[in-house]
Design a protein around this ligand. Structure first.
Ligand SMILES: Cc1cc2nc3c(=O)[nH]c(=O)nc-3n(C[C@H](O)[C@H](O)[C@H](O)COP(=O)(O)OP(=O)(O)OC[C@H]3O[C@@H](n4cnc5c(N)ncnc54)[C@H](O)[C@@H]3O)c2cc1C
Length: 452
């Protein structure tokens, strides 16, 4: 049987572009269909614009700090339109790069919504293509609550395109996206509220990290409301103000209500009813270790399947699929252990390996090393912000099981430690490593006395 393509990828996001380019590079005939934007969530409404906005938010602190070093600087005059305009131009540039990358790799790019028409068949813009393999890489979509006034909610696709900076904003959610945007708006000068229905946000992160971030964000001016649930949202007739009513009757008036309470797999109108692709209890596409679904010839990667929903993970999965299908001699399964992550809150968080709670739950007898100190950069100010660092060490093997940090550029620092953990570094190796002075990072190799 001959097919139009060897691989048909649905979705030109992080995972889809990577799989397409590499498969084509290995000599496969590849098509990729994209319905919205090249580069997917990460480039357009995720990691990239968020980090750019986070840089903007950091500037307000940097300006304040610069005064302590003798500069005459003022925080007045932040212009939202400049930020959003520059961000949009940068994303357009990246969209262009993605287009050229696909073109130069000889991938056939089809603009339009793709739908599975049957086994080995995909329909785009009314035309049906056949392919030996079909890769689903359609990513995720924000979930919104079903409450009165839900039409006034801003989601993570819309938040990047607000025409004006909200003077007052309510962020709802307790995951990393909610916290990052609370930090961004707060840093840019919006009066920022954060509501979360649980006792403490960032479930799954180390407890001490979560507490440190809560205290730091509060100290920076974010009003955090735990154990609260929004009941309804109303819009005032005469102006654009939004009145939020909580389940306990409390009310709040803001200009923007931003929800980041989770994401669902994007399977809308994908034609899965025409094949036998099984979903799990959460609605994610079920795959085996080779990313094969229950339908022969259909694979799935990225945010569509269970696992960490992160761009580098989708990239690694895309690469693994391309290699296994078209260059098996270079195939290596993705290693999901020690995936470092960062949260671009103010202050930043980064972590690799196990939290203290996870290590104990897994049966490790652990030694804990912590350090909390004022960054040198703040020496000339009255700011009391502290950097927090933590090592979780297995007492028996001396292996470092987890490294956690809350503080400036935590992600830049923890990435290096992820290599150490991946290589199986012990606490003795950390202790033998000579620090770089004066840095915050040197603290990770000088924590000698265990806290508990
Ligand atoms: C606000 C936000 C911030 C984030 N920040 C980070 C971060 O800092 N670091 C990090 O690692 N991760 C971050 N992520 C997560 C990251 O963006 C995702 O994990 C990653 O994009 C997943 O890649 P993917 O290939 O699975 O899907 P996506 O990148 O979402 O790509 C899916 C693509 O498929 C297209 N598509 C969908 N259905 C169809 C169809 N039927 N036909 C044609 N095309 C279709 C979509 O338009 C989209 O372009 C963030 C996510 C969000 C929402």
């Amino acid at each position: 049987m001959s097919y139009d393509f060897d691989l048909f990828v649905i979705g030109a996001g992080s995972g889809g572009v990577r799989a397409s380019r590499f498969a084509a590079g290995f000599g496969a005939r590849v098509a990729v269909a994209e319905s919205r934007y090249l580069g997917g969530t990460c480039v357009n409404v995720g990691c990239v614009p968020k980090k750019l906005m986070s840089y903007a938010a950091h500037c307000s602190e940097d300006i304040e700090l610069s005064r302590s070093f003798g500069w005459e600087a003022s925080q007045s005059g932040f212009d939202w339109q400049t930020l959003i305009g520059n961000k949009d131009r940068e994303i357009e540039r990246l969209n262009g790069i993605y287009g050229r990358l696909l073109e130069n790799s000889n991938v056939t790019l089809l603009s339009g919504h793709a739908r599975i028409a049957g086994p080995h068949q995909v329909e785009v813009n009314g035309k049906v293509y056949s392919s030996e393999h079909i890769l689903l890489a359609t990513g995720g979509w924000p979930v919104l609550p079903d409450i009165p006034g839900k039409e006034f909610i801003t989601d993570s696709n819309q938040i990047f395109y607000l025409p004006q900076q909200p003077k007052r904003v309510l962020v709802v959610g307790g995951g990393y996206i909610a916290l990052e945007f609370a930090s961004i708006f707060n840093g840019l000068g919006s009066k920022t509220h954060l509501s979360y229905r649980g006792e403490l946000f960032l479930r799954g992160f180390d407890q001490e990290v979560r507490e440190h971030v809560r205290d730091s964000m509060q100290a920076k001016g974010v009003s955090i409301h735990f154990k609260t649930e929004v009941q309804s949202i109303e819009k005032s007739e005469k102006d654009e103000r939004l009145k939020v009513t909580y389940q306990d009757g409390a009310t709040l008036e803001v200009d923007c209500v931003f929800y980041a309470i989770g994401r669902r797999p994007m399977l809308d109108n994908l034609g899965l009813e025409n094949v036998n692709v099984e979903l799990d209890a959460k609605g994610l596409v079920k795959v085996n270790k080779n990313y094969e679904t229950s339908e022969p010839g259909i694979l799935a990667i990225g945010d569509l399947i269970a696992g960490p929903q992160l761009t580098p993970v989708a990239l690694a999965e895309g690469m693994a699929v391309a290699r296994r299908l078209f260059k098996p001699e270079e195939y290596k399964p993705v290693s999901y252990e020690h995936i470092a992550t960062a949260v671009f809150t103010l202050p930043n968080i980064a972590t690799v390996g196990l939290s203290e709670e996870q290590a104990r739950a897994a049966g490790h007898d652990v030694s804990i090393f912590t350090s909390s100190f004022r960054p040198m950069k703040l020496s000339f100010t009255d700011l009391q912000e502290r950097i927090f660092m933590k090592l979780v060490v297995d007492k028996q093997t001396d292996k470092v099981l987890g490294c956690h940090m809350v503080g400036p550029d935590a992600g830049e620092l923890i990435q290096g430690l992820a290599v150490a953990l991946k290589a199986g570094a012990t606490k003795a190796v950390f202790d033998d490593t000579i620090g770089i002075h004066p840095t915050a990072a040197e603290e990770f190799v000088t924590m000698r006395t265990s806290t508990r």
